[in-house]
Design a protein around this ligand. Structure first.
Ligand code: HEC
Ligand code: HEC
Ligand code: HEC
Length: 122
């Protein structure tokens, strides 16, 4: 039984390594869902959910900082649907043609049935 304790120490050590690596895979801290300042004739306040996009893109670099700055209100405006239709801002992905990483067609900004998916009715 003399050799039991070093083995026990090693097993405990391995268990700890397991715990810390699963902690490392936990979700990063990200902002809560937010609404954009409503402009023009928009059908309602546009919302954005980091949580829902994280399910699609675990890598923050998918959007930051190529598409969006990492501080609210600092991405170069104006935030218009015209720009989005040209493939900028949310329209980088929400074209109705591009597919998400899980294979589904990403909801289109052009489809009238989708306006209120982003623009929540007040
Ligand atoms: C699908 C695109 C997208 C992804 C992916 C994304 N973000 Fe963002 N993030 C945004 C947008 C849009 C804004 C607002 C930019 C603006 O207002 O100019 C933002 C803003 C932020 C802000 C600023 C919040 C504030 O109140 O100023 C932080 C911090 C942030 N994101 C962190 C993250 C982290 C961490 C991840 C990865 C887990 C991530 N983001 C992934 C789109 C994204
Ligand atoms: C993928 C999300 C998304 C979808 C889908 C979407 N929008 Fe937007 N829209 C935004 C964001 C973000 C803004 C900028 C913030 C704001 O002005 O409310 C915006 C801004 C606007 C504006 C004000 C700026 C401008 O372009 O004049 C109007 C009007 C508008 N949207 C109309 C629509 C209509 C109509 C639809 C459906 C055909 C639609 N949007 C679908 C996200 C979306
Ligand atoms: C890097 C690509 C990318 C960008 C940029 C992006 N999205 Fe998305 N978004 C996705 C994918 C992928 C999905 C999941 C497929 C779907 O539901 O269409 C999604 C889903 C959504 C949904 C539906 C969420 C649900 O499950 O109900 C909304 C609403 C949305 N995005 C709004 C926005 C808004 C607003 C912006 C701009 C501020 C934006 N997205 C920018 C890729 C993107």
């Amino acid at each position: 039984m003399k050799n039991a304790s070093p083995w026990l120490v090693m097993l405990l050590g391995l268990a700890l390594v397991g715990v810390s690596s699963s902690l490392a895979q936990q979700k990063p801290k990200m902002p809560a869902d937010f609404v954009f300042e409503q402009k023009g004739e928009s059908p309602g306040k546009a919302t954005f959910s980091h949580e829902k996009h994280y399910e699609q893109f675990p890598k923050c670099t998918e959007c930051h900082t190529k598409i969006f700055k990492m501080k609210r209100g600092t991405t170069e405006g104006p935030w218009t649907m015209a720009r989005m239709e040209k493939g900028e801002l949310c329209g980088t992905c929400h074209t109705g043609e591009k597919k998400g990483p899980k294979g589904q067609v990403i909801l289109s900004i052009k489809d009238k049935n989708n306006c209120t998916r982003c623009h929540i009715k007040a």
